[in-house]
Design a protein around this ligand. Sequence first.
Ligand SMILES: Nc1nc2c(c(=O)[nH]1)N[C@H]1C(S)=C(S)[C@@H](COP(=O)(O)O)O[C@H]1N2
Ligand SMILES: [Mo]
Length: 405
Amino acid sequence: MSYKVSSFIKLFFVTVVLFAFYSCSSPDEKKEEGSELPKDGSKGTMVTAPEKKPLLLLTDRPPNLETPLKYFLEDFTPNDVFFVRWHLSNLPTQINADTFRLRVSGNVNSKLELSLTDLKTKFKSYSVNAVCECAGNSRNNFNPRVPGAQWTNGGMGNAKWTGVKLKDVLEMAKSKSNSKFVSFNGMDAPPLPTIPDFVKSLDYNHSIDGEVMIAYEMNGQALPLLNGYPLKLVVPGWYATYWIGMLNEIKVYPDTFKGYWMDKAYLVPRGIKNGNEKPDSLAKNLVPINKLDVRSIFVAPEPGTVASVGVNTEIQGLALDGGDGIEKVEISNDSGKTWTAAKLDASLGNYSWRRWRYNFKPTAAGTYKFFVKATNTKNETQPWHQWNRSGFMRNEIESLVIKVK
Ligand SMILES: Nc1nc2c(c(=O)[nH]1)N[C@H]1C(S)=C(S)[C@@H](COP(=O)(O)O)O[C@H]1N2
Ligand SMILES: [Mo]
């Protein structure tokens, strides 16, 4: 069996479909001061990539594609609209499922070379519902603007991940108990020798917590190539930068792991809530980004929807956090003076997002501005203002304007 997407990069270029009037803002394009930043990229450039429905194009080389907001009406984000994010443009266009091997080496007593069949037959399978959220999701909302892919809110998705526990794989490799770190590398490669390979690491103790896993399926099917076929590391509750796709190399270290993507990139202010800092006084102590912070977003109605007096309009959205669990979601339409609880749908697990709903039945015409705020079981909530130099961990309280006629 061979899994093949024939020269998909070429395909990628010729299938760009321009949606009239608006073009997607490139990362370094400056917007006019004071101009409204698009809240939802749905007016941007759409692209059809292999195994995908049209998605919002952020960059084409490497492919970075955003999920249009309308797909967040579904609890599980379908594979064919799941966002795509790669750092290095040298991606395999074809992976042979028969010859593929996952290598485990380093501070272990028995090195492994596992085939996909080994993973599916020699280990107990395990599933978790979890949100995969890019650290830079919603970067487009930061003011002042920060460089990097200008995601709106579609740089995340929720899926049921199925595979094996990393702990079980490390156990089979007889990893040594003095181990400190584990690194993860995928089959993507830098286009130039000056660009460091994308390798991430986790503490050894985190790696054997029984939750970090190696997924061979998302939502009951093999992963799309663009989401990391055939294997993706799943780190529930942590930002997606650790969720290495096309994973084929795991190394165990008795001492520290050093690498550009851990030491120089994906850093956030140490010990500061919501990764906050000020443009004119940047934080001095930085640490690798880790757990998702608590946030909530609006999904419906679409911005610009006009509601009618006396008619019920359901406002709905999603809330998520790093796995402590959403305790409540509240709505305000008086700039935060008073808050009313939204209804929560049943939990799909603490690492999944949770849908909230709020019924709005206006008694008078006018313009209403709604704010949404989630709080988790640790009483962590969202800030009114947030900024950091890299545009990470966006969780500022969001708003939605509804006109009533
Ligand atoms: N091998 C590899 N894995 C990777 C990356 C990458 O560039 N290469 N990017 C990471 C980042 S930053 C994100 S946001 C997620 C995106 O996963 P997706 O493409 O399935 O949406 O993959 C992560 N895993
Ligand atoms: Mo990311």
